[in-house]
Design a protein. Structure first.
Length: 269
């Protein structure tokens, strides 16, 4: 059954060429949405777009987007708006991860993680926001991580970039007000079975190239996508997804001393 919240809606998904972004594209396609799909890999995007049309998308367009190229982002937004007219839902999914000790991580790697995950996401959101304000309608959904709520070994700058997203979008939501027609949602997944750990940056900026054990045993992206669509439709401000790792959010909040000892001993690869 097509969900009335998404049918014919114009939904822009970044990082849509694989993983969570691809799964979301498929899920929204089944709901009859108009899809705008972005990532750096346009060949993979074209394949996702074609599959989305098979699944029932009202339309499916591809736009190359590199979140590290901040100056180019407003131009891409202008192209999308010229074609689509407006954006009903922006899904900020694009980003990169990290697997290296803080002491071994070059400052250029720290900067790249912030440039892509934080600055790129904020630049895109700020470019889309005026159109939403004009139409007095919109939904910005930003996929952060459970480590946007707490720090974890081997992910210092990745966690920092995700914490920063919470600070920005919580502030934006407060500025818009509780009754605003523009909604802000922060999505915090735990271990999801994607290629994120293979593509994660090591201390010298090279890719890890291997799948983490926890990631390989994580939630299927299609399952996450179904849960996300349900909670987006409900208008949730923040949602956590995963297995037992979700408990860490509450341990950090209510028993921080215990959590600090636990996370220092945890196997998170």
């Amino acid at each position: 059954m097509v969900h009335p919240s998404f049918k014919e809606k114009r939904i822009w998904i970044t990082g849509a060429s694989s993983g969570i972004g691809e799964a979301l594209a498929h899920a929204f396609a089944r709901e009859g949405a108009h899809l705008i799909l972005s990532a750096r890999n346009t060949d993979a995007l074209q394949q996702v777009a074609a599959k989305c049309l098979e699944l029932g998308a009202a339309s499916s367009e591809v736009y190359a987007l590199d979140l590290a190229q901040h100056a180019a982002i407003p131009g891409v937004v202008a192209q999308v708006l010229k074609s689509a007219g407006k954006i009903d839902i922006l899904i900020n999914n694009g980003g990169i991860s990290q697997r290296s000790l803080a002491k071994d991580t070059g400052i250029d790697v720290d900067k790249r993680l912030m440039d892509v995950n934080y600055h790129g996401t904020v630049t895109l959101s700020k470019a889309v926001l005026p159109g939403m304000l004009l139409h007095q309608l919109g939904h910005i959904v930003t996929i952060t991580s459970l480590v946007g709520k707490f720090g974890s070994p081997l992910r210092s700058s990745y966690a920092a970039s995700k914490h920063a997203l919470h600070g920005f979008f919580d502030s934006l939501r407060a500025e818009l007000g509780p009754d605003a027609p523009i909604k802000i949602m922060l999505v915090c997944p735990g271990f999801i079975r994607t290629e994120i750990s293979k593509n994660a940056l090591t201390g010298d900026g090279s890719k890890q190239g291997t799948m983490d054990n926890a990631t390989g045993q994580g939630m299927e992206p299609s399952s996450l996508a179904r849960k996300m669509l349900r909670d987006i439709a409900k208008g949730k401000n923040e949602a956590y997804y995963g297995g037992k790792e979700v408990l860490a959010v509450y341990l950090k909040r209510f028993v921080p001393g215990y959590f600090a000892r636990m996370i220092a001993k945890a196997k998170v690869t």
